[in-house]
Design a protein around this ligand. Structure first.
Ligand code: PLP
Length: 351
């Protein structure tokens, strides 16, 4: 691919981490159950260390880290974060140490949450784990990382900090501008036009990247972000901030339109990283209709959000929908008890 868009992105250092293009799969049985024509962009299959959207996102900050000759990565997120797991793996692939700051974002977690899934993998990669008691203060989490970086630098390390708050340029979103281009090329080969795109929206790097990417390539398709962390109002503000910065970074400021940003918090309760019945049912439905795995924190919520959009008619029955599967599967095991107990309890649980 050598579009003007790719040219604008070439000025940012990048290191290839993922397997791309990822598959674009039809999901006819799950689609029929939902009353739509469903396609899935399989970014759970990006390869590195069990994949997911963070592989595409980390190609740019890690490119910058390498261009600065860093030898140590610092990153902050939730305890069961896919971001930090992929960073720790990528660090090893590139010969770097990784320090992970784990924020307490989810209340009432059980022992599995602290030991299984991504945490197990972080430890396997030999990352240094730090805990951070606050879960909802991104600037404070970044400041704490900066302080840690300072003390590592005093010990002779060359640290690179992957910041979280949108005060910093959203380098990771560039990966999803490229994913938008990749997806459109696949759709063109299959002679497909999508009526709607549905993706999770958290840090907003995925959502803003896809939105800006599609618009920069002249595609008007609506992009429905399903909130995994914040309410609709805060999330629309977050996505807008990231998308506006991103559009300027790729020299296309005119493609950002605040009225174009949509987010839905109708399946978020009771908050980030917490299961509810709509999410459990969406996970079980995908598994049983299509043999497709979804995760409890992001893609399960996103499927529940898609189901709700079809039920309410916001996405009309019969629409051709692209569901962006962002991965996150290791967390299934960290939520294993909560999911497993529910499977035993519901009437169709063992059906
Ligand atoms: C981080 C993550 C998301 C959220 O993506 P953002 O780009 O942070 O909005 C969605 N799905 C999975 C599996 C993730 O790990």
């Amino acid at each position: 691919m050598n579009s003007p868009l790719t040219k604008a992105i070439e000025k940012f250092p990048r290191v290839r981490l993922g397997h791309a293009p990822t598959p674009l799969d039809a999901a006819p049985r799950l689609g029929a159950a939902l009353g739509i024509e469903l396609w899935i962009k399989r970014d759970d299959c990006t390869g590195l260390a069990m994949g997911g959207n963070k592989v595409r996102q980390l190609e740019f900050p890690l490119g910058e880290a390498q261009s600065r000759d860093a030898d140590t990565l610092l990153i902050t997120s939730a305890v069961q974060s896919n971001y930090v797991r992929v960073a720790a793996a990528a660090g090893r692939q590139l010969g770097m140490e990784t320090h992970i700051q784990m924020e307490e974002r989810v209340p009432d977690v059980d022992a599995l949450y602290r030991s299984s899934g991504n945490v197990l993998l972080d430890r396997l990669f030999g990352a240094t784990l730090h805990s951070f008691p606050v879960g909802e203060d991104e600037p404070a989490a970044d400041t704490s990382l900066d302080l840690l970086a300072q003390s590592l630098a005093e010990e002779g390390r060359r640290p690179y900090v992957i910041h979280l708050a949108p005060a910093h340029p959203p380098l990771g979103a560039l990966g999803y501008v490229l994913a938008a281009e990749e997806t459109l090329a696949q759709a063109r080969d299959l002679d497909l036009e999508f009526d709607a795109v549905v993706c999770p929206t958290g840090s907003a790097l995925t959502h803003a990247g896809l939105l800006v990417g599609f618009r920069a390539l002249g595609k008007k398709v609506p992009v429905f972000g399903i909130c995994v962390r914040r309410d609709t109002g805060s999330q629309v503000a977050r996505v807008s901030k990231v998308a506006e910065q991103l559009a300027s970074m790729i020299d296309r400021p005119e493609v950002f339109d605040a009225d174009d940003v949509m987010a839905f918090d109708g399946v978020l309760a009771s908050g980030y990283g917490r299961l509810n019945d709509a999410v459990r049912e969406a996970i079980a439905l995908a598994a049983r209709q299509e043999g497709l795995l979804l995760d409890p924190v992001y893609t399960g919520k996103t499927m529940a959000g898609l189901i709700e959009h079809v039920r309410s008619g916001i996405i009309p029955a019969g629409s051709r929908v692209l569901f962006v599967h962002t991965g996150g599967l290791p967390a299934l095991f960290a939520y294993g008890d909560r999911l497993g107990n529910w499977l035993s309890d519901v009437p169709w649980g063992e059906g």
